[in-house]
Design a protein around this ligand. Sequence first.
Ligand code: SAM
Length: 189
Amino acid sequence: MTAPTHALAGNLRFLRALMARPKNIGAIVPSSRTLARAIARQIDPAACVLELGPGTGVVTQALLEHGVAPSRLTIVEYDPHMAAHLAQHFAGVQVIQGDAFELHRTLGAVADMAFGAIISSIPLLNFPMAQRQAFMAGLGARLAPGAPLIQFSYGTLPPAPPPPGFGVVRTALIWANIPPARVWAYRKY
Ligand SMILES: C[S@@+](CC[C@H](N)C(=O)[O-])C[C@H]1O[C@@H](n2cnc3c(N)ncnc32)[C@H](O)[C@@H]1O
């Protein structure tokens, strides 16, 4: 498949998922490569990485280009069509079709693993604050000491306050994204 055809197929999968579950997609087009690269830059390439909501795989691709080994990357996507495509496209990456809000069950054999980085593209602003806070606290508990939790968001403020013991900083503002997006890095003090 040529690159333009591949991109078009990805956009169509994204559009189909958007029509089926708008709340879970939370964007009108896939993330830009500029945003994906800004997210990947926050990660130590030697880390074991958990990516939640990879969608079309634009961030997954940026992580691999950043030097993360496929065998160190676990990605969790709810949409079955997108998950099937990701599994086909990213050889060696562990692709799990499941719910990032039910991570213990979703992660199965790697449920007790401490990750060196977690990246979330889940559209948190579409969920109530209490659910966002519980989600972020749960992710924080899965991180190795000092490891970052990266979440992008379209709002001007972090989409959830940092879990207890964590701080949050904005690491990028990407105007070349539709809509413009901010990258937030949460870390334990
Ligand atoms: C903003 S979109 C995609 C972002 C991705 N960077 C892209 O451009 O394709 C959010 C993604 O999170 C996935 N998602 C939403 N809720 C989820 C959940 N509870 N568990 C796993 N994936 C979820 C959606 O299916 C979608 O692929």
